[in-house]
Design a protein around this ligand. Structure first.
Ligand SMILES: Cc1cc2nc3c(=O)[nH]c(=O)nc-3n(C[C@H](O)[C@H](O)[C@H](O)COP(=O)(O)OP(=O)(O)OC[C@H]3O[C@@H](n4cnc5c(N)ncnc54)[C@H](O)[C@@H]3O)c2cc1C
Length: 358
C-alpha cells in the first residue's frame, strides 16, 4: 500500500514526490509518456523560466491563489534542497545553468527512478474499502498532477468528476493571436516595440508595453501571449508604435515626409494604408493602429490552458473538499498566470503543498 500515487510526472508531480519522500512517505509517480518532465524541457525555449521575483495575485486569473502564494518562499527553499542554483534576469528566475535539462535531472535524481513508472496512462481512479486503486496499485492518497491539454491535447480533470468535482471548460491562453490581415499584410517577420492594448469599445481589458512579432495571420511574442489572457467577445487590438513619443512630435516627422525616421518602412506603409482607409492623420494611426477579428490560436500552440478543476473545491493543503485523500496541483486546477515563470512557480508551489500534506 502506497501513501500516495502521484498521477503525472511534470513540475507539480515531481515536486510533490520530492516533498512526500522527504517526509518518509512511500510514493509512486505514474507518468503517461516514456519520460517525465516534457514541459520542463520546453519551458522558456529550453532555458526554463522557473519563477519570477515580482509574484503577485494580479499575475494570475484566480484570486483565491493568494492564499497559496503566501508560501512562495518554500519554492526557493525547494530549489536549494534539490541542489538547484538560480539566477534572476529582469525579474525572471532561471536555473543558473539556464538549462531546463539541469532542472529535470535534479528533480529526477531527488525522486529516484525506482519511484517513477512511465508509460502508465491513468484512465480511472477506483475507490477501495481502504483508500484507492490506480492502475491496479493500492494507495491511501492520490495526487492529480496531469497538467493541461496545452500542446499535449490530454485533459484529465474528468478523473475527479465522479467524486463530485466540477471543472471550468479549458480554453487556450498564453498563445499567439490570429487577427484580420487587412492592414498587416507584408509585416510578417517584423518585430516592433509597442504599447499593445486589448479593447472592447472604450473599455481597456489589457494595456502593456513590450515587443510583438507580426506573423502571416496575426501577432505573436510574449506581449501578444500575455494579451491573449484578456480576450473578450468583439475585442480588438490597439497598437501604439510610439509609446514614448507624443502625437504632436510624431506629426513633425510625418509633415517632413520622414515617418521612416520613427518606424520601419513596412510599418509606415501599413499605417499609411489604415490612415487613408479611415481618413485619419498618419500620426494618429501611428499611436492608435487598430487590428480587428482577434482570436487565440489553438491549444496545440498554447503554453497554458485556462480552466480545469476549481481551486475553491480544494482546501489549504490542496486536498479535495469532496473526497478525503484526493489532491490536485499544477495546471489541472483552474489557475493560470502570465508569461514570465508564473505558471511553473504555481506548479512547483502547489506540488510542494500537496506533497507535504499526504
Ligand atoms: C512551449 C511551452 C513553454 C513554456 N514555458 C514556460 C516558462 O518558461 N515558464 C513557465 O512558468 N511556464 C511555462 N510553460 C507552462 C508550464 O510548462 C506549465 O504550466 C507547467 O509545466 C505545468 O506543470 P504541471 O505539473 O501542472 O503539468 P505538466 O508539466 O504538463 O505535467 C503533467 C504530466 O502529467 C502527465 N499526464 C497527463 N495525463 C496523464 C495520465 N492520465 N496518466 C499519467 N500521466 C499523465 C503528462 O504526460 C505530463 O508529464 C510553458 C509551456 C509550454 C507548452
Amino acid at each position: 500500500m502506497y501513501d500516495a500515487v502521484i498521477i503525472g510526472g511534470g513540475a507539480s508531480g515531481l515536486a510533490a514526490a520530492v516533498k512526500a519522500l522527504k517526509n518518509g512517505k512511500k510514493i509512486l509517480v505514474l507518468e503517461a509518456e516514456k519520460r517525465v518532465g516534457k514541459k520542463i524541457l520546453l519551458a522558456g525555449n529550453g532555458r526554463c523560466n522557473l519563477s519570477n521575483k515580482h509574484l503577485s495575485v494580479d499575475c494570475y486569473n484566480t484570486p483565491s491563489v493568494a492564499e497559496f502564494l503566501k508560501y512562495s518562499g518554500e519554492v526557493y527553499d525547494f530549489f536549494e534542497e534539490i541542489g538547484l542554483k538560480t539566477r534572476t534576469l529582469d525579474g525572471r528566475i532561471y536555473p543558473y545553468s539556464e538549462s531546463g535539462k539541469s532542472v529535470l535531472n535534479l528533480l529526477r535524481e531527488a525522486v529516484g527512478e525506482s519511484n517513477i513508472l512511465t508509460e502508465q496512462t491513468v484512465k480511472e481512479i477506483s475507490v477501495e474499502e481502504e483508500g484507492f486503486s490506480v492502475n491496479g496499485i493500492k494507495t491511501n492518497n492520490v495526487i492529480l498532477c496531469t497538467g493541461s491539454s496545452a500542446t499535449t491535447g490530454r485533459d484529465c480533470a474528468d478523473l475527479y468528476k465522479k467524486f463530485g468535482h466540477t471543472a471550468q471548460k479549458p480554453s487556450p491562453v498564453l498563445v499567439p493571436l490570429t487577427t484580420s490581415t487587412e492592414f498587416i499584410k507584408g509585416l510578417s517577420g517584423i518585430r516592433a516595440k509597442v504599447r499593445l492594448s486589448v479593447k472592447t469599445g472604450e473599455k481597456t481589458l489589457f494595456s502593456e508595453c513590450g515587443e510583438i512579432l507580426f506573423k502571416d495571420n496575426g501577432v505573436s511574442g510574449i506581449l501578444a501571449m500575455d494579451a491573449s489572457r484578456f480576450l473578450e467577445k468583439d475585442c480588438f487590438l490597439q497598437m501604439d508604435f510610439l509609446p514614448d513619443i507624443a502625437e504632436t512630435e510624431a506629426a513633425r516627422y510625418v509633415k517632413r515626409g520622414k515617418t521612416e525616421g520613427l518606424v520601419q518602412r513596412m510599418i509606415v506603409l501599413a499605417v499609411e494604408k489604415q490612415a487613408a482607409y479611415y481618413d485619419l492623420p498618419v500620426e494618429k494611426v501611428l499611436k492608435k493602429f487598430i487590428i480587428k477579428n482577434i482570436s487565440p490560436c489553438s491549444a496545440s500552440q498554447a503554453q497554458v490552458m485556462r480552466g480545469g478543476l476549481r481551486l475553491e473545491e480544494f482546501d489549504e493543503n490542496l486536498q479535495s473538499k469532496r473526497k478525503k485523500g484526493l489532491y490536485a496541483c499544477g495546471e489541472v486546477l483552474n489557475v493560470d498566470g502570465r508569461c514570465g515563470g508564473y505558471n511553473l512557480h504555481w506548479a512547483f508551489l502547489s506540488g510542494i503543498i500537496a506533497g507535504k500534506s499526504v
